[in-house]
Design a protein around this ligand. Sequence first.
Ligand SMILES: Cc1cc2nc3c(=O)[nH]c(=O)nc-3n(C[C@H](O)[C@H](O)[C@H](O)COP(=O)(O)OP(=O)(O)OC[C@H]3O[C@@H](n4cnc5c(N)ncnc54)[C@H](O)[C@@H]3O)c2cc1C
Length: 433
Amino acid sequence: MADSNNKPRVVIVGAGFAGFNAARELSRLIGATAEIVVINSTDYFLYLPLMPQVTGGLVESAHICVSLAGRLRKTRFVLGTVNRVDARRKTVSWDGPEGSSGQVGYDRVILTAGSVNKLLPIPGIADYAHGFRTINEALYLRDHIIRQLELAALAADPAERAARCTFVVVGAGYTGTELTAHGQRLTTRLARVLPGLAGQEIRWLLLDTSPRVLAELDPRLSRTAERVLRRRGVEVLTGESVEQALDGSVQLTTGDKVATRSLIWCVGVRADPLVDGLDLDTNRGRLQVDEYMAVPGSDDIYACGDCAAVPDLTRPGQICGMTAQHAQRQGKLVARNVAASLGKGTQRPYKHGDLGFLVDLGGLAAAANPLHVPLSGPVANALTRGYHLSAMAGNRMRVAADWTLNGITPSEPTSLAVIDAASVPLDVNKPRA
Ligand SMILES: Cc1cc2nc3c(=O)[nH]c(=O)nc-3n(C[C@H](O)[C@H](O)[C@H](O)COP(=O)(O)OP(=O)(O)OC[C@H]3O[C@@H](n4cnc5c(N)ncnc54)[C@H](O)[C@@H]3O)c2cc1C
């Protein structure tokens, strides 16, 4: 990339919750005196918390993808995947679309590459499970679920029908819980319009090794979520997991073998593989940083969000969880600290107390504890959706319109089948056949 001026250059790698907010804040603070370059693998900022609603057909996929070029006008945006950060030469290199590539020097670099699906050493998982971390996975899963019911409706063999109508979700954190809630509603709706499925049981199983769903959140949220799911017929299996995934079935730790074509993997995430290639210290796979989000021993590399182990000053000795709440706030503060390192303002340590959590369970159901006040039902649901609208970087009207229209006349589930299984492998290093 050509030098455009003699201003100090700040390069931001990744434009999700942390990077996007860092870029916006930096533009505001030092946009006139520094050059800000943002490099991201996609040309949009993905609002991940609404992905379960995309799979459930409540929200259009494009509406949770916010244009980076449109929203980060005071930065130079590069569409590319960073493959190397050379701390000695102070350069960042990337591969772009259509065989393009490039390199840029930096005075400061902020690493906010996020996370990817976490794998566990369980036989067959990489071959048969579907992940849920990218918009392609959300769309693939939606099509896959619809297709299973459509094929089940035509199947003459009762065993095949039952397998296609069984969905196994592993991991009952907020991702797995919300996905199960929205997926179950999608299949209930679809079953009503497929006469071939009359009387057919549709099973959703939600498994977690923890003793309760939403184990990392307030137990009151767990109770609400579990009650809502069980009421809808979801089989919640806590303290259990998958022992082995096979072609057409899964072996559970309960000893049961469940015939299914749908094993959905929501056990959590790990730092983006970019972190592995850097010659920098890590903590639980995330980049080690101090409370200012600077990499120790370096005065020009910063990192935050899911890819970094930011100390949690509210819980001494622990690191911040991988949540949008943290990433967004860390992004804003890292921008201030980087600006301070360039002479504008003073650095501040990151300290953020938990403000509560919001879990949308579809329909009018939700479990929330804003400021630690437990809420459920329509009030929690309205609050959850209001929060998402305020937290989104754009497309708010479109998302609100999706909710309104779907409330009046639910969208008809159709499978566009634009994404095939091979393009969404759970393990990026192990292509699926
Ligand atoms: C389905 C789902 C639902 C969730 N719901 C909630 C919720 O309700 N509340 C909550 O607090 N948290 C939620 N989370 C967690 C939250 O989304 C993450 O903690 C948050 O996205 C982390 O922000 P980040 O900026 O670190 O990473 P991301 O937001 O993932 O951004 C990383 C960015 O870096 C880009 N990138 C990656 N590698 C490279 C590279 N090599 N070069 C260039 N660019 C790269 C990616 O394309 C992406 O744009 C959810 C997560 C998921 C998967």
